[in-house]
Design a protein around this ligand. Structure first.
Ligand code: GDP
Ligand code: MN
Length: 356
């Protein structure tokens, strides 16, 4: 078995489900959800959709994490929805608080500044801890030691087609390190110094590390994040509310050094750096195009953006309820298309018909 009966440090509770003996299941893969107790209803809606469309056949584990203990009601209601084992983790205080080099008065002044007044989450303190946690710490939680692959899920998301092929298996068999569905454009005011800080680090590291974006820029994902060969950030990022990735990516000295470098620069608190641009810049610098995959066959929706497979046969065979004309890739924001071009990943069969 992949886990012991003993709880890990910072594991609040575990609800073990019987092993269905599913031979197709990739060992050491789990869903992962950071969530508040107050978001329980939005979350069980997400779980229900993902179970119906996929996990009821697979029974993968689900790891829930919170900066405060989960309520008994939350544990009861969510564990009842998951077909695999459900595990509940508490975030260590050091992973959700200010490091000693941060000037908290300056951080407060930033949150209260006019500059961030009309910026989404610009005034929020907890949002900044959340983004820093997702950038630097989630993969270090003791529960995550039991896993190699994770699929991040948030409350109130929708899956509008059957997920016919196991994305975990796709990662495991193809050597893909990072998968996404939606790419989005960041609000520039939240990351004014992120690109400069990131490039400082990666240029320094490129002496000893292989970085496709700097060594072989024409055969890399640099063009996904920069329209001028690395001079400026074009604001494109993988929308991390959906991400399926191999944890060894984040556990590498190169990424750990990056997260640390960013953390010391202070932008999680003095600006509002999101984990999405942080992950995306790292992925685009560190990985080859063949190691990153857009799951065009998964129909996923979160708030303002949703995808739908541009393949008429798939729409029927996967019992889709989405409208292909509403697919995000052909919506006008260019980041998904930019990824497809830069990575040379083929589009689905009816892409041209719908992309008018
Ligand atoms: P958005 O997707 O950028 O609008 O951000 P969300 O508000 O959806 O937050 C991203 C994820 O982090 C969601 O899964 C939230 O449930 C979770 N989250 C955000 N803030 C907190 C927090 O203060 N505590 C906990 N435990 N989870 C949080
Ligand atoms: Mn969200």
């Amino acid at each position: 078995g992949k886990m012991t009966n003993e709880y890990k440090p910072y594991e609040q509770f575990r609800v073990v489900k019987e092993d269905y003996g599913n031979p197709d299941k990739v060992p050491r893969a789990t869903f992962f959800t950071l969530v508040r107790n107050s978001e329980m209803y939005g979350l069980i809606a997400s779980i229900e959709r993902l179970e119906q469309r996929f996990n009821k056949r697979m029974n993968y584990d689900w790891v829930f994490m919170n900066d405060v203990p989960f309520t008994k009601e939350f544990i009861d209601r969510t564990s009842a929805m998951v077909s695999g084992t459900a595990r509940y983790g508490i975030i260590p205080h050091e992973h959700w608080s200010y490091p000693d080099w941060i000037d908290q008065n300056r951080a407060r002044a930033v949150r209260e500044s006019r500059k961030f007044a009309n910026v989404v989450y610009g005034g929020s303190e907890s949002y900044r801890h959340m983004c820093r946690f997702n950038s630097k710490f989630f993969y270090k939680h003791p529960i995550m030691e039991d896993y190699d692959l994770y699929w991040r899920v948030e409350p109130d998301v929708e899956f509008m087609c059957d997920i016919q092929e196991d994305p975990f298996k796709y990662l495991a068999t193809t050597g893909t390190m990072y998968g996404f569905t939606i790419a989005f454009q960041e609000f520039a005011v939240t990351i004014e110094t992120l690109w400069g800080t990131a490039m400082e680090y990666f240029r320094k590291e490129s002496v000893k590390s292989q970085l496709p974006a700097l060594q072989t820029p024409e055969d890399s994902l640099l063009g996904f994040v920069s329209d001028d060969q690395g001079g400026n950030y074009n604001m494109c990022h993988f929308w991390t509310n959906f991400e399926i990735a191999n944890l060894t990516l984040w556990r590498s000295p190169l990424y750990e050094g990056f997260a640390d470098y960013l953390d010391h620069a202070g932008g999680f608190f003095y600006e509002r750096w999101g984990d999405a641009p942080v992950h995306s810049i790292a992925v685009s610098m560190m990985l080859k195009p063949s190691q990153v995959h857009v799951f065009q066959d998964i129909s996923y929706k979160h708030t303002v953006a949703g995808t739908c497979p541009l393949d008429d046969d798939r729409l029927k065979s996967a019992h889709c309820i989405c409208d292909p004309l509403g697919d995000w890739t052909i919506s006008g924001q260019e980041c998904n298309k930019k990824f497809l071009e830069v990575s040379k990943q083929p589009t689905l069969k009816d892409f041209k018909k719908y992309d008018q």
